[in-house]
Design a protein around this ligand. Structure first.
Ligand SMILES: Cc1cc2nc3c(=O)[nH]c(=O)nc-3n(C[C@H](O)[C@H](O)[C@H](O)COP(=O)(O)OP(=O)(O)OC[C@H]3O[C@@H](n4cnc5c(N)ncnc54)[C@H](O)[C@@H]3O)c2cc1C
Length: 424
């Protein structure tokens, strides 16, 4: 069944109400993209800019999936980079390092070029709970200094932490003003509108049932078909296509966000005086930031059970108020969740089902930057530039050859182990 955007702070404040038609009848294009999240729209825009005739076929609405629901934190780098280097040899390190900030560059270029209003604000912080987290952050800080970024990263010790976050829950953090946060749905809708303006055909409410493989693959929906030279499968945690070839690697996990009522400036100044986004290193994986209209958007959890909590608010609120007791009486006006695609190596799963059907998925909760990088890498591959694509396609992935729900239960048990470990 096809759905509208999930009720969230983002859906309530989206600044583009455009509806795209459903696919009806047969069309022929150069590239057909399945899924209109950041991966799909990013690839479609990059390809359309290069002169390809592109169609995007989306089951629900543009930005309906994780891309329109997430914490909005654009953190640098891609997850699972060490695995990419190990799988390819040291030569891959240079490419990986060059890609670190590429997603950020693409987003900022597009925001500027296409005048996308998405509340982009610089500043992000990783917050440590335990001394071993602080050791990791120190190591990362030293690495960034060795690359010449000492002016752009600050290692913040407990004594100075209140200049960044108004809580005593954390023992320190690593701040960078190179990262940023955005209203993700407005970014995705803006990129889609930019692509459509250049000629991308976008179809909503058109779930793809099947891909007929061949020299010219055909993407099939209930009411239409798209024949193409190339197909890009960008359904991430939400699709069930091509299970035989690419199943057993990607595991969907739920993560949730609550949004407070708009808060007085003095409270916000106390909680996040620098207006940066924050993610913490607890097993709960809290992430939070201010919205453009002065709310706190507080997210967390990585739930493999396949069942959303009965009440998202009741699950999230105790965590938020433990960190920020001054929020205990505020009204919660929004609660929502979405699915992220996790791989065991944490490296995105990128490759080809055959010569002309590509896929990219499994950003392991770190997709704002990663999806934009992969969109460009897929566009490169379709244009015949394989170098960056190849290192990800060769990266080792662990397959759990059992149905998804069994795999998810196994991962849930693994997470339980880490939760217990995190208590000590
Ligand atoms: C609550 C939440 C918080 C997050 N916070 C952050 C964060 O702060 N920072 C960060 O970097 N990452 C974050 N992430 C992860 C990030 O949002 C994702 O990695 C990223 O958006 C994935 O984009 P995507 O385009 O690959 O997939 P999605 O955005 O999920 O898009 C997939 C699309 O494919 C469509 N689709 C699926 N099957 C079909 C089909 N058969 N036919 C047609 N269409 C289909 C879906 O309807 C959907 O619109 C978060 C995710 C969630 C859920």
């Amino acid at each position: 069944m096809s759905e509208l955007h999930c009720p969230s702070y983002y859906a309530a404040t989206r600044n583009d109400l455009k509806d795209y038609p459903a696919l009806k009848g047969d069309i022929t294009v150069d590239v057909c993209v399945i899924g209109a999240g950041f991966t799909g729209i990013s690839a479609a825009l990059a390809l359309t800019e290069r002169g390809f005739k592109v169609a995007v076929v989306e089951a629900n609405k543009v930005g309906w999936g994780a891309s329109g629901r997430n914490g909005g934190q654009a953190g640098y780098s891609i997850k699972g980079e060490d695995n990419v280097i190990r799988s390819n040899g040291p030569g891959a390190e240079k490419i990986i390092n060059e890609l670190t900030w590429r997603g950020h560059e693409i987003i900022k270029e597009r925001v500027e070029k296409y005048q996308i209003q998405c509340d982009l604000k610089h500043g992000n912080m990783a917050a440590a709970i335990k001394p071993r987290h602080m050791d990791e952050l120190k190591e990362e800080y030293e690495y960034q200094c060795s690359l010449g970024f000492e002016d752009r990263f600050q290692l913040v010790e407990k004594d100075n932490l209140r200049d960044y976050i108004g809580t005593d829950e954390y023992i320190g953090g690593l701040y960078t003003d190179l990262d940023f946060h955005i209203h993700p749905l407005n970014l995705c809708l803006g990129e889609a509108r930019a692509a459509a303006g250049l000629g991308t055909q976008i179809f909503e409410h058109s779930p793809v049932d099947n891909i007929i493989h061949g020299k010219e693959p055909i993407v099939v929906t209930k009411q239409g078909r798209v024949k193409a030279q190339h197909v890009v499968l960008a359904g991430n945690a939400y699709h069930q296509l091509e299970k035989r070839k690419i199943g057993g690697v990607l595991f969907p996990a739920g993560t949730y966000i609550i949004g407070t009522e708009p808060l007085p400036e003095a409270t916000l100044e106390e909680i996040l005086p620098k207006n940066q986004s924050v993610w913490d290193m607890s097993i709960f994986l809290a992430y939070f930031r201010r919205s453009a209209d002065n709310r706190i958007l507080y997210g967390g959890e990585c739930n493999y059970s396949g069942r959303d909590p009965k009440s998202i608010k009741a699950t999230m609120l105790p965590h938020m108020t433990q960190t920020f007791p001054m929020l205990k009486d505020v009204k919660i006006e929004f609660e929502w969740g979405g699915m992220i695609g996790i791989t065991i190596t944490r490296t995105p799963q990128v490759g080809r089902i055959n010569d002309n059907v590509y896929y990219a998925q499994g950003y392991s909760g770190h997709g704002v930057n990663g999806t934009h990088i992969m969109g460009e890498i897929l566009a490169d591959a379709i244009t015949g530039q394989m170098e960056r694509y190849d290192i990800f396609a060769k990266a080792k992935q662990h397959r759990i050859p059992v149905p998804r729900w069994v795999g998810n239960q196994m991962l849930a048990l693994g997470m339980l182990y880490y939760r217990i470990k995190d208590l000590f």
